[in-house]
Design a protein around this ligand. Structure first.
Ligand code: IPM
Ligand code: MG
Length: 356
């Protein structure tokens, strides 16, 4: 096959980790006879520096013209003082909305080799961690109105969290469909004891539930879910939740599996074109030092092959290569434990390439 991939290196460790993922994609292309062409896209802080805004329209258009998008990470202290709609993160939100990517898939699974890096007790980890957060990505409080106004001599800020039935239904359906392909358990996480949006989520989910009798459906308040994820993550298969809850819970999910540096993600909408990125941030504290873990990005490239390009054998090959380097005891700093060999970002890429 021949595919056009938009590549957003972004800020901080973004360029280092994306470069390793591109080496892996090139190796896969060579081995399986594919051609991947890359188009560079500026987004985030680097786009602010170059173009004055985090995602100029011409850059978004390049993504819309591609077969899929690979992203490193955006943001950093340099741009922190900027107003909300000029920040690097705004570029990412614009990209997600501009591409219509409402379904964000964040798999949290424990690689057995990393069990010691999990902060949870061995007795909890031993029960297994393998679940997936299906996060709604272009609605809710991230995209409702944001205002800060002076009222009676003081500032009052408001963020609105809107959800329409159709927005809930399309992501709810992804939750059920995903559960069908896994252990057939779906948990809707919300705050229905307080929020109207959550109560509407439950109404829509109940309607869908009757279409999926094969799925064991449950509901949980988000505060309890945060606690249950530490107490017994093995109880979860698929979690479906709104945008902000999904943001928070997926960071927690990544930590209990040993390292935030390992978790890839896919974001999809109606077609096959998606956005693939590790769930971690731009880690400015280690940027440019060859210390970052490229595996989250490499696995994201694997997800692109699997979900956008329908190439499961190629995706499996990447996952097997990652598994092999972990078996060999190679670790970047974020997941280092006793008896293992500490390597940098490029050496980790080398090792994965060697396995391919
Ligand atoms: C994520 C990130 C983003 C989000 C930020 C960078 C806007 O935390 O992808 O989880 O909140 O969605
Ligand atoms: Mg986040």
């Amino acid at each position: 096959m021949q595919k056009q991939i938009a590549v957003i290196r972004g800020d901080g460790i973004g360029p280092e980790i994306v470069n390793q993922a591109l080496r892996v994609l090139d190796a896969v292309a060579q081995k399986y006879g594919h051609t991947f062409q890359y188009t560079d896209v500026d987004m985030g802080g680097c786009a602010i520096d170059k173009w004055g805004e985090p995602l100029p329209k011409a850059q978004l258009d390049k993504c819309l013209a591609s077969d899929s998008v690979l992203l490193g990470a955006v943001g950093g202290p340099k741009w922190e003082g900027l107003p909300g709609d000029k920040r690097p993160e705004k570029g990412l939100l614009r990209l997600r909305a501009g591409m219509g990517l409402y379904a964000n898939n964040r798999p949290a699974r424990l690689w057995p080799q990393l069990a010691e890096a999990s902060p949870l007790k061995p007795s909890i980890v031993a029960r297994g961690i393998d679940f997936l957060v299906v996060r709604e990505l272009i609605g809710g409080v991230y995209f409702g109105g944001h205002t800060t106004q002076e009222v009676n001599g003081e500032l009052v800020a408001t963020d609105i969290m809107p959800y329409a039935e159709h927005e809930i239904e399309r992501i709810g359906r992804i939750g059920f469909e995903t559960a069908l392909k896994r252990r057939k358990k779906l948990c809707c996480v919300d705050k229905a004891n307080v929020l109207d949006t959550s109560r509407l989520w439950r109404r829509v989910m109940h309607r869908l539930q009757s279409e999926y009798p094969g799925v064991e459906y449950s509901e949980m308040f988000v505060d309890n879910a945060a606690m249950q994820l530490c107490k017994d993550p093995s109880q979860f298969d698929v979690i479906v939740t709104e945008n902000m809850f999904g943001d928070i819970l997926s960071d927690e999910a990544s930590m209990i599996t040993g390292s935030i540096g390992m978790i890839p993600s896919s974001s999809l909408g109606e077609g096959s074109r998606g956005l693939y990125e590790p769930i971690h941030g731009s880690a400015p504290d280690i940027a440019g030092q060859d210390k970052a873990n490229p595996i989250g990005t490499i696995l994201s490239a694997g997800m692109m092959l699997r979900y956008s390009f329908d190439a499961p054998a190629e995706a499996d090959a990447i996952e097997r290569a990652v598994n092999a380097v972990l078996d060999a005891g190679l670790r970047t700093g974020d997941m280092m434990s006793e008896g293992c060999t500490l390597v940098g970002c490029a050496a980790m890429g080398d090792a994965i390439l060697a396995q391919l």
